[in-house]
Write a protein that binds this ligand. Sequence first.
Ligand code: G3I
Length: 475
Amino acid sequence: MIFGSVAAVAVAGVVMVMPDANAAASTLGAAAAQSGRYFGTAIAAGRLGDSTYSTIAGREFNMITAENEMKPDATEPQRGQFNFSSGDQIYNWATQRGLKVRGHTLAWHAQQPSWWGSLSGSSLRQAMIDHINGVMAHYKGKLAYWDVVNEAFNEDGSRRNSNLQNTGNDWIEVAFRTARAADPSVKLCYNDYNIENWSYGKTQGVYRMIQDFKSRGVPIDCVGLQTHFTGGSSLPGNFQQTLSSFAALGVDVALTEVDVTNASTSQYQGLTQACMNVPRCVGITVWGVRDSDSWRSNESPLLFDGGGNKKAAYNSVLNALNAAGPTSPTTPPTTGPTTQPTTPPTTPPATTSGRIVGAQSGRCIDVPNSSHNNGTRVQLYDCHNQSNQQWAYTSSKQLTVYGNMCLDAAGSGNASAVQIYSCNGQSNQQWNLNSNGTITGVQSGRCLDVWGTGNGQQVQIYDCNGQANQRFSLT
Ligand code: G3I
């Protein structure tokens, strides 16, 4: 179905043109952005001079990973002598176009500088720490994510035997602690392949490590599932369960290196849909632009053919992204302003705890089934006096339920889900209670919004529009 990009509404003889929130986006990045996600690709610096390549990449994607140029062999070819020329070429190309950048990777058993080969034990450990510090200092404050550690597990869920592993089992957490101190602004990810099937040993091994890190306060923000459904692997039926299980540990998840043998449309559709179904699945990156750019070009695994033409899989991905959001946007006003209302003043609420009652529905913001699980999306429901509708507004702008869980925006874009999550002090869990009754997310600036008035209506964030479905009272 094709939706118009604007809607014309005649009011008292005046034709107003307003954005149609139903408009289907026509590029992968824009389609993903509708649900607050990104759609990325891996870029090789050496191909940027190819105009077919760079035109597609700049048009379709809004997150860029350097395919090889930020790896340890590229960035520190001699000890203490860093080289960011190729990495910066990609970084500059991306950011000049408004695209974000994902760093890949700081510590890995492969693509190490040759001088690491003559080190072991504490000297190799120190080299890894120095490498993380040197590279992260260069990109400090500039990147959205870093793959801090890559591919550290065996298929059976044990640790991969590598020179880094031989420096001591704590090498991974040391890498993450070093990374957090080096640049507190970037999200820190563990990245691996063959962790897509929930019942697979390697998936469970990585899951246990993330669980352990979260329980001990080792800084980790995200898990990257490479999602190489090539070389004999394919989309498992339980992929969404894997994503939501990792997410429930309190980390973001992302599909970081997607490619699929012969670009199976059903697998591309399925992997995209699985991500769309998990609020903390923040984005998808395909591992290259055209089939001819792929590390497995003989399997034609990408979304564009060698001539730069969109393949059938492209459409299956685009449609799944478009369907995800905004799925049921708020009804545009038939009269009223065509511009966004100005930000209302923020005043401390008269009451700092109670139920959050919708002005349009009269119903309360409710945690379904009194769930305490991270990632449970909140809804509207008939008001009652149970604890799953009792919220407290704290001095740090959190809206807490059950005392220790926070109202949390799963993304910052239009139609991002609003859920409960363990309180973590981040701005996606901070809200302004405004004098006009709106509740705006500190991170997104968008309004708490419901699609309708009935029991079970889900809560999202959306551009503030001044309507009653975005007004609430804490009483
Ligand atoms: O640039 C040299 C070229 O000068 C030389 O003539 C040629 C000879 O083989 O090699 C070229 O370098 C190659 C490089 O890619 C650039 O094309 C390397 O040999 C080759 O090993 C390297 O492969 C990369 C591979 O990682 C190395 O492990 C792939 O491009 C890259 O797509 C791949 O990416 C990895 C992710 O980082 C981690 N997950 C798996 C993924 C796929 O293997």
